[in-house]
Design a protein around this ligand. Structure first.
Ligand SMILES: [Zn+2]
Length: 344
């Protein structure tokens, strides 16, 4: 997919529930500059957009380019995405984002370049397929284990998005009438394995009198949430509650991912996301083991691999959108963002 000899750099932004990662890459997807900002935990979509603009400008500065010189900027976003209009709706892990917000036009106007938006989990999966741990396979399932648990699918070399809502592996039911999920339903895999749900469980158990260093570590690090680094530190210290909750998360991931595998029979499953990347191979190995009793085809399990691109996978995948969306359709209109931005 060579872009007609153009060699100007591209931008990529991974918009996560905890952090915003912005990068600038060259034609060979080498990172020229990057910047990471915390995702605002209060306010609304305009505040999140402002932070994204700040992160992208800082990445451009590190790369020695102006945002307006970029071929375009790809954005991997949670929520429901309208690629044509650049609108993002119901991004529940972001503050005040229940409605719909013209993220693409807002960024295009501030950064003076075209914006391509895709689903955060799908772009991270695309990046692993094109550049990372999934390079050797023609089909794979990406499981992004972070604030929530997202899934991305590549089948026979092409992303499978269904009618736009495919890949929601976090909401596979692993316990009928089980724990309440952030989505409002019960017994979803994410209710046990998503970082937001795990934090809520940790708070409840602490209130019931269980001792834990989790929130102490969080405060020492100046955080307001239990980040992946906080969980990793607590596990390192053998914190009883952290160990217990991670054990439950792994059980749930094993059941949910194995069930997906029973349906799809893909050759490879890539485990990424904030927690997946932070905890790495030792925990991927545990997930592999937790899947085994639930695999119907248990003599021929898939390869289960840690993401190869680390923390930058989402942003790299977002940068790949600039070329793929341009190849498929004309650029998003970049008009009148200011009046539209007042909504949301
Ligand atoms: Zn759910």
């Amino acid at each position: 997919m060579e872009a007609g000899g153009s060699s100007s750099p591209r931008g990529g932004i991974d918009l996560g529930g905890t952090k915003i990662e912005a990068i600038v890459v060259d034609d060979g997807n080498t990172v020229l500059g990057s910047s990471r900002h915390p995702t605002p935990s209060t306010g609304g979509p305009p505040d999140v957009a402002r932070e994204m603009i700040g992160a992208m400008k800082a990445a451009c500065q590190a790369a020695g380019v102006e945002p307006g010189e970029l071929q375009g900027i790809g954005v991997g976003s949670p929520g429901v995405i309208d690629e044509a209009s650049g609108t993002v709706s119901t991004a529940r892990n972001l503050p005040g984002w229940e409605g719909s917000f013209p993220l693409g036009p807002t960024l295009a106007s501030a950064l003076e370049t075209r914006i391509a938006i895709g689903n955060d989990v799908q772009v991270a999966t695309d990046a692993e397929f094109a550049l990372g741990a999934g390079k050797a396979y023609d089909s794979l399932l990406g499981v992004m284990w972070g604030t929530g648990v997202g899934g991305g699918l590549i089948l026979d070399g092409r992303p499978w998005v269904g009618r736009g809502g495919a890949g929601e592996i976090g909401h596979m039911v692993v316990v009928i009438d089980g724990a309440r999920c952030p989505c409002g339903r019960r017994g979803c895999m994410e209710a046990y394995a998503g970082r937001a749900a795990m934090e809520a469980r940790a708070r409840r158990r602490q209130e019931k009198g269980m001792n834990t260093d989790l929130f102490k570590i969080m405060k020492d690090r100046g955080r307001t949430k239990l980040t992946s680094a906080v969980w990793a530190k607590a596990l390192e210290r053998d914190d009883k509650l952290a160990v217990e909750l991670i054990d439950e998360a792994i059980e749930a991931l094993g059941a949910g991912i194995a069930s997906a595998q029973n349906l799809l029979d893909v050759p490879a499953i890539i485990i990424g996301g904030g927690l997946g990347v932070r905890l790495g191979e030792p925990y991927v190995k545990r997930i592999r083991k937790a899947m085994q009793p639930h695999l119907f085809n248990d003599t021929n399990p898939p390869d289960v691999l840690p993401a190869g691109l680390g923390d930058l996978g989402g942003a790299l995948g977002a940068a790949l959108l600039v070329e793929s969306q341009r190849a498929e359709r004309p650029p998003v209109a970049e008009s009148s963002p200011a009046s539209a931005a007042a909504g949301g």
